[in-house]
Design a protein around this ligand. Structure first.
Ligand SMILES: Nc1ncnc2c1ncn2[C@@H]1O[C@H](COP(=O)(O)OP(=O)(O)OP(=O)(O)O)[C@@H](O)[C@H]1O
Ligand SMILES: [Mg+2]
Length: 322
């Protein structure tokens, strides 16, 4: 049977907890073989979406299918095709790394021998072979996260859900997890991940859905989302900040576009077709007017700026998460 084009499809998903509408009509399409990032502020509904898509929670409305199977009617089939690394580590601290993996294998109904063989393969793959006999409670955070990833891969699932896979990890351990995720995707796995680190989404995700209050408020590739903030900008810092308003007028006239000013710098849009020219123009115009420039550069909006811009409107009405 061929794999579906979309590994994950959600249409109008709803989930309510008491008075809280955790999912308020969530739509999602994740092409098979890609990494998709789910971004959103605390309480946006990310974990709820992951729980519904992995059949741990039942939706109150809407539909979703994962790996071609409906998450409600085909829940048992979905379960054999997904792996999940939750927001909190699921490994047993007393058992060794190897024992943990064998236990997960047995939970998924692998025979004892197959479970041991799979455990050893995964320990190797996640560079835990040397630590395999030690209790998981003695592992560092990064090792534990890798053990979590290994446990979620016992059945080599076509679709892997990672809920904040690198929260609390140091930069090196985070990069190691990213490398593993890329390797998995290279092998054909589809990954849906939630993250608080926008750099992670930027580096790892092919597509991103920004969610807030249980629904998608923006989606696209990281570059598309950044382009929504107007694309690249020329940023100019002056030796004398007091001259910024005057300089902004000069740059606006030279660029034929309105320049923004804050306390430190002025910024003006740099058309994608001619970014370097926009930069040269600005410097030349300021120089001609005798304005002394301390620093100048082309700057692309970060995903953090996109995120803040998209979610700030909703901030005032946000309820405190339970
Ligand atoms: N089991 C539950 N019972 C009651 N309310 C819940 C439950 N699970 C989630 N909620 C509520 O649903 C909303 C969405 O929660 P969810 O955990 O999905 O958010 P999240 O985006 O994962 O947040 P975070 O970034 O903090 O992990 C929140 O308001 C939360 O308090
Ligand atoms: Mg969460």
């Amino acid at each position: 049977m061929s794999e579906p084009v979309f590994a994950v499809i959600a249409e109008g998903l709803r989930k309510r907890y008491g008075d809280t509408e955790a999912l308020a009509g969530l739509d999602l399409r994740v092409p098979a073989g890609t990494v998709h990032g789910l971004l959103g502020p605390n309480g946006a509904g990310k974990t709820t979406a992951v729980r519904v898509l992995t059949t741990l929670a039942r939706p109150d409305g809407g539909t979703a299918s994962v790996a071609g199977h409906d998450v409600v009617r085909g829940a048992a089939r979905v379960r054999t095709r997904v792996g999940l690394v939750g927001q909190h580590a699921a490994v047993d601290e007393v058992l060794s790394g190897r024992q943990n993996l064998v236990m997960f294998g047995r939970l998924y109904h692998l025979g004892a021998r197959t479970a041991r063989r799979r455990a050893d393969e995964l320990l190797e793959r996640f560079r835990l072979t040397d630590a395999a006999g030690r209790p998981a409670g003695q592992y560092s955070g990064g090792m534990r996260r890798r053990l979590d990833l290994a446990a979620s891969m016992i059945l080599a699932p076509p679709v892997l859900f990672l809920d904040e896979p690198t929260t609390g990890l140091d930069p090196r351990a985070r990069i190691e997890v990213w490398d593993e995720v890329r390797a998995l995707v290279g092998g054909g796995t589809t990954v849906l991940l939630t993250t608080q680190y926008l750099e992670e989404a930027d580096r790892l995700a092919d597509g991103i859905s920004v969610i807030d209050h249980g629904r998608v408020i923006a989606e696209g590739t990281p570059d598309e989302l950044k382009a929504r903030l107007g694309g690249d900008r020329v940023e100019v810092v002056l030796q004398d900040p007091a001259a910024l308003p005057v300089a902004a007028g000069i740059v606006s006239r030279a660029a034929g576009a309105e320049a923004d000013v804050d306390a430190e710098a002025l910024r003006v849009g740099a058309p994608a077709a001619d970014r370097a020219a926009a930069l040269t123009e600005a410097v030349r115009a300021l120089d001609a007017a005798g304005v002394r420039v301390a620093d100048v550069g082309l700057r692309r909006p970060t995903l953090d700026e996109v995120f803040l811009h998209l979610t700030e409107d909703a901030e005032s009405e946000k309820e405190v998460p339970a």
